[in-house]
Design a protein around this ligand. Structure first.
Ligand code: SF4
Length: 99
């Protein structure tokens, strides 16, 4: 079973906070401005108390989701994270200048 399938099965077996709060739209912020920002903050707060956040991040990165708040991050934030995590300059100690 792939990691994504295993994660989806886990969601079915142990519904996470994003499922149990009964407001799935919260994780798909729309529009702009203060309301948009507030909605993103609320969704992130739900994710921050989720026991599946690590697996959710793997799922989001694997599926390259571009729509939802997943693992407490917006799609843009996950792109920054992925680029950072894959940057050989950052992740190869010998390539970094000594501090
Ligand atoms: S981390 Fe993922 S599974 Fe957990 S509440 Fe957030 S979106 Fe849902």
């Amino acid at each position: 079973m792939s990691k994504s399938k295993a994660f989806l099965q886990k969601l079915a077996d142990e519904p996470p906070p994003c499922v149990t709060i009964g407001d799935p739209e919260l994780f798909f912020p729309d529009g702009w401005g203060d309301t948009h920002t507030f909605q993103i903050r609320q969704a992130k707060e739900v994710c921050h108390r989720c026991p599946l956040v690590s697996e959710c991040l793997e799922f989001a990165l694997e599926t390259e989701d571009q729509h939802a708040i997943l693992a407490g991050m917006t799609p843009a934030e996950r792109t920054v994270f992925k680029n950072w995590a894959n940057d050989p300059y950052i992740n190869t100690p010998g390539l970094r200048p000594a501090a």
